[in-house]
Design a protein around this ligand. Structure first.
Ligand code: HEC
Ligand code: HEC
Length: 230
C-alpha cells in the first residue's frame, strides 16, 4: 500500500517535472524564433504576398470584424504581431485558426514572420471599430488611467520596445473576449500578474474598459524601431 502510494507520488512528481520542462523548452524555442525574426530586415513585398492568406479573415486592411470575432491588427506594432504569431506557433496562445495559419507551412521561417508583421503594421484599417453603448465608457476611462495606462500608454498606444500591444481602437467585443479568455486561462503567454489584474475586474469594469478603449482609436501609432532593446 505504502509502496503503491509512493510510486504514485513519484509518477505525479515526474509528470509535473516533464510538464514544467516542456513548458520551459517551448518558452525557450519561442524566444529563439522571436529573436531571429526581430533581427531580420523586413521585406514588405514578401509581407504583402503572405498577407493575402490573412486578409481572408482579417480583411484586406487588417480591420477585423465589427462583431469582434476577428481581431483588428492594422497598425499594431510589428514586434507585438511577431510575438503573438510566435506564441501561437509554440502553444503559448490558443486559437485553432491562428495556430493553423501561423504554422511552419504558412510562415516558413522567422523572416516570413517579420515580413508579414511589418506589412500589417503599415496598414490602416480605414473603418471605425465596433464599440459598446457608451454608458460605462467614462467609468472605463477612469479605471484605465489608474491601472492600465502606465504600461499601455495614455492613448492606448502600447510600446513596441516592451511588446506591449496597442489596444486603442480594438473592437469592443474582441477586447471583452480577450479579458474573459485570459481569466479562463486561454492565454498562457500573458503574465500571471496581468491575468490576476483582469480577474479582479467586475462585469461593469470590463464593459467600461473595453468600450473606452474601442473609442480611443483615431490617433496613428508612433513610428517604431522594429527590434525591441533589452
Ligand atoms: C481563418 C481565419 C484567420 C486567418 C486566415 C488569420 N487569422 Fe489572425 N486571427 C483570427 C482570429 C479569429 C483571431 C483571434 C484569436 C484569439 O482570440 O486568440 C486572430 C488573431 C490574430 C492576432 C492577435 C491579435 C491580438 O491583438 O490579439 C494576430 C497578430 C493575427 N491574428 C495575425 C494574423 C496574420 C499575420 C495572419 C496571416 C499570416 C492571420 N492572422 C491569419 C483569424 C484568422
Ligand atoms: C505591467 C504592464 C501592464 C499593465 C499594468 C497592463 N497591461 Fe495589458 N498587456 C501588457 C502586456 C505586456 C501584454 C501582452 C501580453 C502578451 O504577450 O500576450 C498585454 C496585453 C493586453 C491585452 C491583450 C491585447 C491583444 O491584442 O491581445 C489587453 C486587452 C490588455 N492588455 C488590457 C489591459 C487593461 C484593460 C489593463 C488595465 C486593467 C492592462 N492591460 C494593464 C502589459 C500590461
Amino acid at each position: 500500500m505504502e509502496r503503491a502510494l509512493c510510486h504514485a507520488a513519484v509518477m505525479l512528481l515526474a509528470g509535473a517535472c516533464v510538464t514544467t520542462a516542456s513548458l520551459a523548452v517551448a518558452a525557450e524555442s519561442a524566444r529563439t524564433e522571436l529573436d531571429a525574426a526581430l533581427r531580420s530586415r523586413p521585406n514588405l513585398d514578401h509581407g504583402a504576398e503572405l498577407f493575402r492568406n490573412c486578409a481572408v479573415c482579417h480583411g484586406s486592411n487588417g480591420e477585423g470584424t465589427l462583431d469582434g470575432g476577428v481581431a483588428r491588427i492594422a497598425g499594431q506594432h510589428a514586434a507585438v504581431i511577431a510575438k503573438q504569431l510566435v506564441d501561437y506557433r509554440h502553444d503559448r496562445r490558443w486559437d485553432i485558426r491562428m495556430e493553423h495559419f501561423a504554422d511552419q507551412h504558412h510562415l516558413v521561417d522567422p523572416q516570413s514572420i517579420i515580413d508579414v508583421a511589418s506589412y500589417v503594421h503599415g496598414l490602416s484599417a480605414g473603418v471605425a471599430p465596433g464599440v459598446g453603448d457608451g454608458e460605462l465608457a467614462q467609468h472605463g476611462s477612469e479605471l484605465y488611467a489608474g491601472r492600465c495606462s502606465g504600461c499601455h500608454g495614455p492613448e492606448g498606444e502600447g510600446n513596441a520596445q516592451k511588446w506591449i500591444p496597442r489596444i486603442a481602437g480594438q473592437h469592443y467585443e474582441y477586447l471583452m473576449r480577450q479579458i474573459y479568455d485570459a481569466v479562463d486561462g486561454r492565454r498562457p503567454n500573458m503574465s500571471r500578474a496581468h491575468v490576476k489584474m483582469f480577474a479582479k475586474l467586475d462585469r461593469d469594469d470590463i464593459v467600461g474598459l473595453s468600450d473606452f478603449l474601442s473609442r480611443l482609436g483615431s490617433r496613428p501609432t508612433a513610428p517604431e524601431a522594429v527590434a525591441p532593446t533589452r
